[in-house]
Design a protein around this ligand. Sequence first.
Ligand code: BGP
Length: 488
Amino acid sequence: MSQKSYFPKGFLWGGAIAANQAEGAWNLDGKGMSVADVAMYKPSLDVKDYVSQWHVSPEQIEEAMKSNDTRQFPKRRGVDFYHRYKEDLALFSELGLKSLRISIAWTRLYPQGTETTPNQAGIDFYQKLFKEMRRLKIEPIVTLSHYEMPLYLVNHYDGWVSRELVTLFVRYAKTCFENFGKYVKYWLTFNEIDSVFRHPFTTVGVVEEKYQSKEEAEAAIYQALHHQFVASSLATKYAHEMIPGAQVGCMLTRTLAYPLTANPEDVLLAQRHNRDNYFYSDVQVFGEYPLFMKAYLKEKNIQIKKIEGDDAILKQYTVDFVSFSYYMSMIKSVNEESMEKVGGNLITSVKNPFLATSEWGWQVDPVGLRIALIDLYDRYRLPLFVVENGIGSFDTLENGSIHDSYRIDYFSKHFEQINLACKEGVEMLGYTSWGCMDIVSASTSQMSKRYGFIYVDADDWGNGTYDRFKKDSFYWYQKVIETNGAEL
Ligand code: BGP
């Protein structure tokens, strides 16, 4: 299908992966164990229970630390991007990617997180990676923390609840800016910073069982989140000081919610949900806690411990753009307890009768992406970057081909809506599809939940050649990029 393209010139069409889901080499060349190396593949888990998959118990941490197994811990093997990155970058270049979003594994540079000098082998790897991306004219979009903090900091510091984490993270961030700043201009601080309550272990290193009550755990997570806000602002400060022209973005899971009916109570619920989602980007864009959140914390008697200067840091070092992930939309209703639910990106929602769902139950809503873009742009008046979007599906490799017309359909409909948002004056930097090649799923640790334009021959247990194959959607996306969104 052809359309008049309203995508800006220089639009950064790209793809996204994350170290813990792609690299593998979990314990090679000095890398330390991260929270991702604890994630287990649980084949017996039903799709609707995947949200619980993220919960990690102290026993599970113990078990993972004693094991060198990679079969049951898929994020330890990823898709071997650590060794195959040149081959993969060549494929991304053939695909025509203008940008590639990756994350840096904190534990490749600081294995435990507490070292005072970085692991040189880690620096060497990422320098080779960025040099190759530059040679291929692929713009790096780099996430500093993508669910892969050092496990040592969980076990010895209670994760981000400890103020020390601010110092340790800033040391790590400055090492990245010093060693990779000549290749990298676009930086994201914390992936989906709003997901700290959905899976506190992988985001802020909080093990809920360690707290006497849900209230105590909630207070600990808000304290940890505050430390991440401060660390994010300081990383923004140093990026600007150390890298001329650096652009730093926050990164939000846009969990767009609609009211089920015109009942004002439903509308209020949806408004509350959307506002709670914006809280995280509000702090990083406006540099302060919104009044509704201050009111909530007061009502719950949650006292966030700050040190002198925290508020000034938040206020002074705000982000340059807003990046976000978008997969689906949700429904809120006063009667939702009794209603049919669907799965979602680590959250569940009342089923929307107007929307189809993916095989993992995620509601597919292309128009929702346009609504999200317009709302975010109206709220922040900053350039936007969609850094995750895509559909996880069971793909079939037959004689070297994968006929994924469903993925072409998904992207075509979403690009049509982005184009209309651009036409309506939303300012955009770019778009990186999630999982431009098949990688290990974040929530389920499956390989079979495939997002890529490139198929990787590996199954959920890690069996396979790990050879790469171009799906039909590879050739389709190539055309979209060539025509800057005119040919969908
Ligand atoms: C987001 C994560 C990504 C990615 C995506 C898809 O929450 O930022 O890491 O994995 O979800 O989710 P999944 O891989 O669970 O299908």
